[in-house]
Write a protein that binds this ligand. Structure first.
Ligand code: LLP
Length: 438
């Protein structure tokens, strides 16, 4: 057994809360988020060591639900959007355009109007930089950010073998950001000069850094670009802080990695006489363990080799296990609330999609094996709570595969009381944009 449950990482729900929360949404599956955990992770991020000022931007792609954005806004957290559409979503939640930065792979033409309203664009490629220059040459909106791939980090994407999805996006095998070589050989400076731009912000995001030392390296390297561009006033080190979802996984200690980062900013000031502000941009850190998926066991199938618990959620709601082999804690709880009991069984926990790959409990590193989990001996109608599901679960759901509706979302207050923050999708909404042919 890899991860016996309970205990679970987020563990903010008790079995007695579940029937009431289900009643708030009207059906399982649903996502439940702890307001207290969202608030406390926001406060931890805002305490990141910084010598000359700090802006925390929420990488809202992790969980873009409006109520979650509202909570972060009230805590003083700003936004990093990954598309022009996310910008408008954040504005709908109450953010001002000037509180939003945009680092996107697809700089749609709407960006021009957004910059005029105050959105801070980080140009993520040479072509984006030229586009920005062409739009704003000779205007007062000529101040841009540039996202640089600093060459630090192992690069690319690898599927999880440890429960963490490795999304290291610094290095030669990553397509994200302007390659460091184009800064070193003067290409970026050339474009900046041609269009009369002012580089105000340096942005890097290397993905999950495993070693605390990597952050000092990233900070020093990113600050070196502020030497190339003397107009730079802030350096954004991106997100990528690890969150342990399972009992034997360790989360990044922001104070620990923050101290050497802060020192790099102090060293920069001593050398160059300029105070550079720090920005960080966590997604996972802020929301991962503040959320879970609450589903129900809807069938139990036994074969000669396995007991399968079939849930009423699946890769539609929680793609990380089937996409990355990510490990989430799974807890089976009685359907009517009450005593959990002590009888356990080994089961394969599967989702509701017609796909043999819709596994909720894959075995790390052994894709050919189904993977079992020791859980409370289940009956049909029992709840199954999948923890560590705040980040990239609702936000990355595959929506209507098999025409399952999008699950509802509920915000849980201390004491277990729930508030509906997203309704479960109605059947009609699933196909409302489709047209019939003549
Ligand atoms: N900033 C930028 C520019 C990013 O691309 C990302 C994430 C972040 C910040 C936030 O990174 P975080 O703190 O969440 O690691 N779907 C994957 C993670 C993809 C991350 C994409 N970029 C997962 O479920 O683990």
């Amino acid at each position: 057994t890899l991860y016996a449950s309970p205990p679970s990482s987020s563990g903010f729900l008790s079995s007695n809360d579940l029937p009431d929360l289900e009643a708030v949404v009207g059906a399982t599956p649903f996502y439940a988020y702890s307001r207290e955990k969202l608030t406390s992770s926001a406060r931890q991020a805002l305490a990141f060591p910084n010598a000359y000022g700090l802006t925390v931007r929420y990488a809202m792609k992790a969980l873009p639900t409006r109520a979650v954005l509202q909570i972060f806004q009230r805590e003083g957290i700003k936004i990093d959007a990954s598309s022009v559409f996310e910008v408008e979503r954040a504005v709908k939640a109450g953010y001002k355009y000037e509180d939003i930065s945009l680092s996107t792979q697809e700089l749609g033409k709407e960006f021009v109007g957004l910059v005029e309203k105050g959105v801070k664009v980080n140009c993520c490629s040479l072509d984006q930089l030229r586009k920005f220059g062409a739009a704003f040459k000779g205007t007062s909106n000529n101040k841009c950010g540039i996202r640089i791939n600093p060459g630090v980090g192992s690069g690319g994407f690898s599927k999880s073998t440890t429960g963490f999805s490795k999304t290291n996006v610094g290095g030669p095998s990553s397509s994200f950001g302007i390659w460091v070589g184009s800064v070193d050989d003067g290409t970026v400076e050339g474009i900046v000069k041609d269009y009369g731009l002012e580089v105000e912000r340096i942005h890097t995001h290397i993905g999950s850094g495993s070693d605390p030392e990597i952050w000092k390296q990233v900070a020093t390297k990113s600050l070196s670009f502020a030497e190339t561009f003397p107009t730079v006033t802030s350096v954004n080190l991106g997100g990528g802080y690890k969150v342990g979802r399972n009992p034997d996984e360790v989360s990044t200690d922001l104070q620990e990695i923050g101290e050497p980062v802060q020192q790099a900013f102090i060293d920069f000031k001593e050398k160059n006489g300029r105070e550079i502000k720090l920005e960080i941009e966590p997604g996972t850190f802020l929301v991962a363990n503040a959320g879970c998926v609450v589903s129900k066991v809807q069938d139990i199938v036994k074969t000669s080799d396995y007991t399968f618990l079939k849930l009423d959620c699946g890769m539609t709601d929680l793609l990380r296990p089937s996409l990355y082999g990510a490990i989430h804690p799974v807890t089976v709880l009685p359907g009517k609330g009450g005593d959990v009991g002590s009888e356990t069984e080994e089961a394969v926990i599967v989702g509701h999609c017609c796909e043999s790959g819709d596994l909720m409990t894959p075995l790390p590193g052994e894709p050919e094996s189904l993977g079992t989990r020791e859980v409370r001996k289940a009956a049909i109608g029992d709840y199954c709570v999948i923890d560590g599901s705040g980040a990239y679960c609702s936000g990355m759901s595959t929506k209507n595969y098999n025409s399952f509706p999008e699950a509802g979302e509920v915000l849980v207050e201390e004491g277990g009381k729930g508030q509906l923050i997203r309704k479960r999708q109605e059947l009609e909404q699933i196909f409302q944009n489709e047209l019939t042919i003549d």
